[in-house]
Design a protein. Structure first.
Length: 255
């Protein structure tokens, strides 16, 4: 069962540096730190308290939006779809509030664009990335994000990702995203080159191995794909995508 990926989103980072170290920020970061250390029960246990916080700045709203998205995605992964959607709606409300407070805050548009892009609303994502590039024409995160949003329009995606690499040749995320574009248009050798480059630039990141495993899978190089998914799980033992990818490899090897 050979498959080509139509949508593989690599979320671009956002620092939320505008958030001061208030009590509210400390509490939200506590939840994020628990989640990022795979203590999902602990992170979810703070949900009611974090949701009830009274926030005042764009940075605070951005940070809580990030937390709500992560908890929402966890609920989706565990098939609690109604709760996941509820949290996604709250996250969007927080990003909207951040933009209302600070209409030129780049982090807010990046965060909201990332959410829209990852969850299937490409048109709204592109609008947010366009706004970032209006404010900062050399913003690498926006080019990577918009390249991801254009994933089904190969030449536009490739244009933006090429620009991101021109601006920062050491950003592994751009190579990951461009490898999928190349894969979708049948440029398999270029796809593998970019996947290898992403691994070279960030060898301790589990997602680069997920990405290259996907490329190897499409090339029917199953042993190499398994090695990469195993490496992804070695680095991040609860990486859902790596388990899913490895399962698909085992299925195809039986055909």
């Amino acid at each position: 069962m050979l498959f080509i990926v139509s949508m593989m989103i690599f979320v671009v980072g956002c620092s939320n540096e505008t958030a001061a170290k208030s009590f509210e920020v400390q509490k939200i970061r506590e939840g994020l730190n628990l989640f990022n250390s795979s203590d999902y029960k602990g992170a979810i246990g703070l949900l009611d308290e974090i949701s009830a916080l009274k926030l005042n700045t764009a940075g605070e709203y951005n940070l809580r939006g990030e937390y709500l998205v992560k908890i929402g995605e966890y609920h989706f992964d565990t098939m609690n779809y109604d709760k996941g959607k509820e949290l996604f709606d709250l996250a969007i409300q927080d990003y909207d509030s951040a933009i209302k407070l600070a209409p030129n805050d780049i982090d807010s548009y990046i965060n909201r664009g990332n959410f829209y892009c990852k969850h299937g609303n490409q048109d709204l994502a592109i609008k947010d990335y366009d706004k970032v590039l209006e404010l900062d024409p050399n913003n690498v995160d926006a080019y990577i994000g918009r390249g991801n949003a254009y994933v089904n329009t190969g030449h536009l995606a490739q244009r933006d990702l090429n620009k991101a690499i021109e601006l920062n040749p050491n950003d592994f995320r751009a190579y990951m995203a461009r490898s999928i574009i190349y894969l979708n248009i049948g440029q398999n050798n270029l796809a593998l080159e970019d996947a290898n480059k992403a691994v070279e630039l960030n060898p301790n990141n589990s997602e680069v191995y997920n990405n290259r495993g996907l490329v190897y899978h499409n090339l029917k190089q199953y042993d190499s794909a398994l090695q990469d998914y195993n490496k992804a799980l070695e680095l991040a033992p609860k990486n859902f995508k790596a388990y899913k990818g490895r399962g698909m490899i085992y299925f195809d090897m039986q055909e």
